[in-house]
Design a protein around this ligand. Structure first.
Ligand code: G3H
Ligand code: 13P
Ligand code: ZN
Length: 310
């Protein structure tokens, strides 16, 4: 097994977050600039951080470059750093990431039946435990809460609180991603900012007690960030995210890991579009990439401050 020095397992820092009633930001990365932005923000706020890569991000970077970037990041970071696989779809990708030195993995078998999800998750847990790697799994369906869809229809997508407890007990996972009305990407609510079902979260929390719960699809898609993209030629329509108020309420009710990708994409894109437009004779990629990196750092800082209640 490849070992990246100074990495922490997810469960260590999530347990601590639970006791402090704060959440740890889990930010997706695809290149060096985004890793630098995330680590620099976390260093500034002195907070632990989870750096996560999806299978397609891993494919884009390749394990070799990914590990080299993370090794460099871990060297210059003074706080706990977790390297996490985001949305691993089967045992094979989870095993590969564990073997390559990831300290945490997500097995996302949420599209399978409840029993198949349990069996697949258990297989990953059994392997991960041998190496002290933590495992996140998912129960429920991430879908936007659209105004024209009524509450009983939404309930079909939300995580069932009774199933959550049974799932945790039967699989031995370290954290559970739940569905309470978020969705991935920049179009979370068709007609405006979607409302999370904090009531469902409370019911889950009542059943599972002090167990680390994870919120995916949690980008805020701030209108000022979207405006910069659109002012400089993008065409992002119906871009809505989760309100800061709902994020804070979710942390108060047991969410300890919050996944953010879209916010970084929008910030990076806006800054690069603006730079390219305002400096039309520039050919030096370091100029626009550093402006993108700075904007990505700013958005990560903005989100971390909400997660840490500071
Ligand atoms: O959860 C999804 C993340 O935003 C990753 O997306 O598969 O395009 O890297 P991706
Ligand atoms: P966003 O698309 O809201 O940033 O969610 C990212 C995510 O959940 C990654 O797993
Ligand atoms: Zn996700």
């Amino acid at each position: 097994m490849f070992v990246i020095k100074k990495l922490f397992s997810g469960s260590e820092i999530l347990k601590e977050a639970l006791s402090k009633r704060i959440a740890i930001g889990a930010f997706n990365f695809t290149n060096m600039e985004i890793v630098q932005a995330i680590v620099s923000a976390a260093n500034e706020l002195k907070t632990p951080v989870i750096l996560q890569a999806s299978s397609s991000a891993i494919k884009y970077m390749g394990f070799g470059y990914l590990k080299a970037i993370i090794t460099a990041a871990a060297e210059e970071f003074d706080m706990p750093l977790v390297l996490h696989l985001d949305h691993g779809k089967d045992f094979e990708i989870c095993k590969r990431c564990i073997d390559e030195g990831f300290s945490s993995v997500m097995i996302d078998a949420s599209s399978l039946s409840f029993d198949e999800n349990i069996n697949t998750t258990k297989e990953v847990v059994n392997y991960a435990k041998k190496f002290g790697v933590s495992v996140e799994a998912e129960l429920g369906t991430l879908a936007g809460v659209e105004d024209e869809v009524n509450v009983s229809e939404n309930n079909a997508f939300y995580t069932n609180p009774d199933e959550a407890l049974e799932f945790i007990e039967k699989t031995g996972i370290d954290s559970l991603a739940i569905a309470i009305g978020t969705s991935h990407g920049p179009n979370k609510g068709k007609l405006g900012v979607p409302k999370l079902s904090i009531e469902t979260l409370r019911k889950i929390k009542e059943k599972v007690g002090d167990f680390p719960l994870v919120l995916h699809g949690a980008s805020s898609v701030y209108s000022d960030s979207v405006k910069i993209c659109n002012d400089y030629g993008a065409d992002l329509k119906n871009a809505f995210g989760i309100s800061d108020k709902d994020i804070k309420a979710s942390i108060q009710n047991g969410i300890v890991k919050i996944n953010v990708d879209t916010d970084i994409r929008i910030a990076f894109l806006g800054a690069i579009r603006r730079s390219l437009s305002e400096q039309s004779s520039n050919i030096d990629m370091r100029k626009y990439l550093s402006e993108g990196r700075e904007a990505a750092k700013d958005i990560v800082l903005r989100r971390m401050k909400i997660f840490c209640n500071s």
